[in-house]
Design a protein around this ligand. Structure first.
Ligand SMILES: N[C@@H](CCC(=O)N[C@@H](CS)C(=O)NCC(=O)O)C(=O)O
Length: 232
């Protein structure tokens, strides 16, 4: 049994999809980051960085419980545990890993900053908005070109590179990117969206309740490292 510490964000969605795809039994534990629950001492014991997703595999290496944080590390752990969604052939494996790293170091952080400045920052952040909008569009262009040459981001097969990236592209309209101008991304996104494991994961996520829309100003300040939580 795997304990999944989760809520609804794209990094968490990756792990729901991987768990549904691999059919590993798992139990959800909600950590409402909009209430500051990521700072609970018991949670910090399994993730010193106070972020979700995090898992505890009760049948880990040596048959002992094993905690893993960082969505990329969790995907790699589950791929190795099950032998699924990461090719064994070295060239194919590293093709997939390049695109996994592209998501972890590019798409995730840049799309995340874009979302922050678009939805949550003061409206006078024109410089930041322009910087992140430009980078988001550039990253979509890189993915569109890749998918014109390859069925999936990581190569011929559906891998953890696709599982990692798909959740971040679900908000492409909000990100100022339409699928009419990105036909290969549209084809790729539809193929993933139609997988039964992905449908099952997204259905579970759709009913999760969070404090996001009711967070107090102080809870938002804590989440965004601002106000009395800012460090000069
Ligand atoms: N690099 C991490 C990022 C995880 C992350 O930023 N999670 C957010 C989900 S909203 C979180 O826990 N935020 C709480 C916080 O930053 O305090 C990963 O890929 O797992």
């Amino acid at each position: 049994m795997i304990d999944l510490y989760a809520l609804t964000s794209p990094n968490v969605q990756k792990i729901y999809i991987m768990l549904e795809e691999t059919k590993l039994p798992y139990k959800e534990h909600f950590v409402d980051v909009w209430k500051g629950e990521q700072y609970n001492p018991d949670f910090i014991k399994i993730n010193p960085n106070s972020k979700i997703p995090t898992i505890v595999d009760h049948e880990g290496p040596g048959g002992k419980p094993y905690a893993v944080f960082e969505s990329g590390a969790i995907l790699l752990y589950l791929a190795e545990k099950t032998g699924k969604f990461l090719p064994k052939d070295m060239a194919k494996k590293y093709e997939a890993l390049q695109w996994l790293m592209f998501q972890l170091s590019g798409v995730g952080p840049m799309f995340g900053q874009f979302t922050h400045f678009k939805l949550f920052a003061p409206k006078d952040s024109a410089y930041s908005m322009s910087r992140y909008q430009t980078e988001v569009k550039r990253l979509y262009e890189v993915m569109e070109k890749r998918l014109a040459q390859s069925p999936y981001l990581g190569g011929d097969e559906y891998t953890i590179a696709d599982i990692a990236t798909f959740p971040w592209t679900r908000n492409h309209d909000m990100q100022g990117v339409n699928w009419e101008d990105h036909p290969n991304l549209a084809r790729w996104s539809k193929a993933i969206d139609e997988r039964s494991a992905v449908k099952a994961a997204l259905a579970k996520i759709a009913v999760i309740k969070s404090n996001r829309d009711t967070a107090t100003d102080d809870q938002k300040d804590r989440f965004f490292n601002r106000g009395r939580y800012a460090r000069a």
